[in-house]
Structure formats: structure tokens, C-alpha cells
Design a binder for this molecule. Structure first.
Ligand SMILES: [Zn+2]
Length: 315
């Protein structure tokens, strides 16, 4: 795989290759709008006095560890099956009101009370990985679980992991098919990368353990879904949101059209790309401004989604 694919342009490359936009912005909300409206050949320079990470978290890393999240609606197993509960049932009520202080969305399982967290940037990175490394992603199903091997985005190694309690739904057997409406709540994942092994709960006031989605577990889930399309028992519920074209363009511009100026301790100014935490803040502000449904969608079709539909949405 061409690893440079996932590398953003450096500040020097951005300056050389693009034209500086004269858009003005004085807050992170205005900045999110400017990046969204900016042409792909333009760039903006974000001065150090524009705060992107909310004050209470101070740094990007701290925001990644401690930020709150939007909670998807979940109910006990029997009720979930009866109500045919799906992840997107929370879209209108919960996911369209981000204020830039949350990191994606999450939910707590029924069988174990681990909090599953899905940052918006990770949901995007998983799809990007799927599209660019699909032949190298290996997923083997065993019972209701699957073992995966997914290439790293920036190095030559592979990450291994498991998807657990996958919501398979037998399309021909109504009673068996119903369990998927409860199983997605108990979906869990493990990955050998460090993104989700971090014990964030030790540093937050949340008292339950948490598992964060990483690009590898998201890509593996999507790949499994495609593998199962022609099978009798497809994966028809998917709690990892798909980015639409608007989200794709926004993330690409955040990575390749923005130069962030920051102050070192000794007053020297340095230039860098937007950090992941900063991208998450701006993406969630955009989700609030434009509506979550205009940036992401949940695919719960049994036929799976074709590669050409990614970023556009199901027909
Ligand atoms: Zn991983």
C-alpha cells in the first residue's frame, strides 16, 4: 500500500501548492465554516490565539482522553428486539447537536457495561483505510465473532484484533433476525494498536471501562460486512457511521489546506498541521451546523454498500 496516501501535506507544501484564502474567522465555529466553504486549492492560516480545543481540555491529547460524547439510545435486549432498535434511531435526537466539546458518539453494552466510543474522525479514517487497503484487510468469521488483520496507516506493520458479538441477522428466519437489534448494542472490539488500549477511564470522571474504536476495527467491520453480503447471514446493522462526500471533503481540507500556528514556550512561532483532537472538534461543529445526516449516514442494508457508494450514500 502507498503509505504516503495517508500523509497530509506539510505546512510548507500547503503554502507552495495552494493559494491563501482571505476569509476571516474569529472563533472555532467560524473557522469550521470557512474550511467547509473553502475551495480545494485554497488554504487558511489559523493563528495561535484562535482556540480550537475547548478551554477545559486545553490540549488535543487531553481532549482525546477526556472529552464527553453523544450517547446513542440503547435499551435492554428484549426491548431492543421488540422495538427493532438501530443505531441511527439516535441521529435526529442526539447526534445533530454537537457543540464542539464532544468526541463522537458512544453507547454502553447490555452484557458488559463497557462504554463503546466512536470518534467522528476515526469513523472517517476507517473508511479511508477500507477504500485504500481493501485487499490487504483480512477478516475471518468464527461463530458470532471475527478475527482481523488490518494494515497500519503510517507504517508497514499490520494490526490484529477481534470483533465480538457481531449483529448477524438471518434474513430468512424472523426470530433469529431479531437478535441483531440487541447484538449491535453488545458489539465489542479489540485491536493491537494503541488507539483503543488506552485506559482513558482512569483519567476521566467516568467510572466504567471504555473501548474506543480505531480505524482498523472500523475498516475490519466494513470489510466483513461486504464479505457477508452474498451469505445467508449478513451483517445488516452497522454502528460505525459512514462519511458522506461533505465529511470527506471537510476532513481532506482540514488535513491538507490548514496551517496551524502555535506558540512555543519561548515565544517562537511554529507551524504544523491540525491535530486529531482539533479535527474532531471542527468536524463535530460542522455536524451540528450542517446536521449529522449531511455528513454521515448509518448503513443497515443487508446488501452491504458498494465501494462507489461510499462518500455518496446509499441510493
Ligand atoms: Zn486498531
Amino acid at each position: 500500500m502507498e503509505k504516503s496516501l495517508f500523509k497530509p501535506l506539510t505546512p510548507a507544501q500547503i503554502k507552495n501548492e495552494k493559494k491563501k484564502s482571505n476569509a476571516v474567522f474569529q472563533s472555532r465555529q467560524e473557522l469550521a465554516k470557512v474550511i467547509y466553504q473553502m475551495k480545494p486549492w485554497e488554504y487558511v492560516v489559523v493563528p495561535s490565539d484562535i482556540r480550537i480545543i475547548p478551554e477545559e481540555y486545553r490540549w488535543s491529547e487531553n481532549f482525546k482522553k477526556k472529552a464527553d460524547y453523544k450517547k446513542l439510545i440503547t435499551v435492554p435486549r428484549e426491548e431492543a428486539m421488540e422495538r427493532r432498535l438501530r443505531p441511527q434511531d439516535s441521529v435526529e435526537t442526539k447526534l445533530s447537536s454537537y457543540d464542539g466539546k464532544e468526541r463522537g458518539y458512544g453507547w454502553v453494552g447490555n452484557r458488559n457495561n463497557t462504554l463503546r466510543l466512536v470518534p467522528l474522525v476515526v469513523a472517517y479514517d476507517g473508511i479511508e483505510l477500507l477504500l485504500n487497503a481493501k485487499d490487504e484487510i483480512k477478516v475471518d468469521r468464527y461463530a458470532s465473532n471475527a478475527r482481523f488483520s488490518v494494515p497500519a496507516r503510517k507504517t508497514d506493520k499490520n494490526y490484529e484484533g477481534d470483533l465480538l458479538t457481531i449483529p448477524f441477522g438471518d434474513v430468512k428466519d424472523y426470530e433469529r433476525a431479531k437478535t441483531k437489534y440487541a447484538d449491535w448494542i453488545d458489539l465489542d472490539w479489540r485491536c493491537s494498536c494503541e488507539d483503543n488500549s488506552f485506559m482513558g477511564n482512569l483519567n476521566t470522571n467516568r467510572v466504567i471501562p471504555e473501548t474506543r474504536a480505531c480505524a482498523h476495527s472500523v475498516a475490519a467491520y466494513k470489510k466483513l460486512k461486504q464479505q457477508q453480503v452474498s451469505k445467508r447471514n449478513p451483517v445488516s446493522i452497522d454502528p460505525f457511521a459512514f462519511p458522506k462526500k461533505a465529511a470527506h471533503e471537510l476532513v481532506q481540507k482540514m488535513r491538507n489546506n490548514v496551517i496551524r500556528v502555535y506558540q512555543n514556550g519561548n515565544d517562537a512561532e511554529t507551524k504544523r498541521n491540525l491535530l486529531i483532537g482539533e479535527q474532531e472538534v471542527l468536524l463535530s461543529i460542522a455536524a451540528s451546523e450542517l446536521g449529522f445526516k449531511n455528513l454521515y449516514f448509518f448503513d443497515n442494508s443487508t446488501r452491504g454498500i458498494s465501494y462507489c457508494e461510499v462518500y455518496i450514500g446509499p441510493k
